[in-house]
Design a protein around this ligand. Structure first.
Ligand code: GTP
Ligand code: MG
Length: 202
């Protein structure tokens, strides 16, 4: 068996509004998405161990463009994408329309996309927005995995409860369960498993 993936370097490449502006670099791509403030940027920085690479903030809606990063690892190079969060309640209608156009363009056209990591705040009850997005990925045949975030904020029992509750809320429609990851950006939880999964899909 191969050893775990070691990240050698990771850096920002560019921000794009649509797929046709995305970097023309033919490498396997892994995208991170979820509701605003779920912890996408924090998780990305934790994965590559580079604080401040993806911009984080306590103010929801910070990431508004498709942000590409190049990751060099001892298992090969890959692209990492920080996608704008969906469903920030206070965002204007024009912003929501922009998000729809951006995401349609990206998911329709980005052929090298290997997996979309859908981030879910482990403290929350199942949210319609997340379930709807999962349904959309299923319908469009885009591979995805569920990544529960902020596990450090809950006791292990509550984490387990929350994950089961989420899975039950979607299980009637899915024959096969997706891959599930439990993470904490502050504690580094789930890093090895996530990188191992990416390595298997390079
Ligand atoms: P947008 O780009 O605005 O959609 O947000 P995001 O999903 O990128 O979230 P971001 O990483 O900016 O984190 C939002 C807030 O949650 C910040 O205050 C983070 O410090 C906090 N946070 C993120 N991940 C964790 C975690 O694993 N544990 C804890 N305790 N806090 C976290
Ligand atoms: Mg962000």
């Amino acid at each position: 068996m191969k050893e775990g993936m070691n990240i050698i370097n990771a850096e920002f490449i560019k921000s794009s509004e649509f797929a046709d502006q995305c970097p023309e670099i033919d490498l396997p791509e892994f995208a991170f998405i979820g509701r605003s403030n779920v912890g996408k940027s924090s998780l990305i920085n934790m994965l590559v161990r580079k604080k401040g690479m993806a911009k984080t903030s306590a103010t929801p809606g910070k990431t508004r463009l498709i942000n590409h990063f190049m990751v060099n690892s001892d298992q090969g190079n890959w692209l990492l994408v920080d996608l704008p969060g969906y469903g920030y309640a206070k965002s204007a209608k024009t912003d929501r329309e922009k998000w729809s156009r951006m995401s349609k363009s990206y998911f329709d056209k980005r052929e090298q996309l290997r997996c979309v990591f859908i981030l879910i705040d482990v403290r929350l009850e199942p949210q319609k927005l997340d379930l709807d997005f999962i349904q959309r990925m299923t319908k469009e045949g885009i591979p995805f995995a569920l990544v529960f975030t902020k596990s450090d904020k809950e006791k292990p029992g509550a984490v387990e409860f929350s994950v089961n509750r989420f899975v039950n809320s979607m299980s009637s429609e899915y024959v096969e369960l997706p891959n599930i990851f439990l993470t904490s950006a502050t504690k580094g939880t789930g890093r090895d498993r996530l990188l191992g999964f990416i390595q298997q899909n390079l």
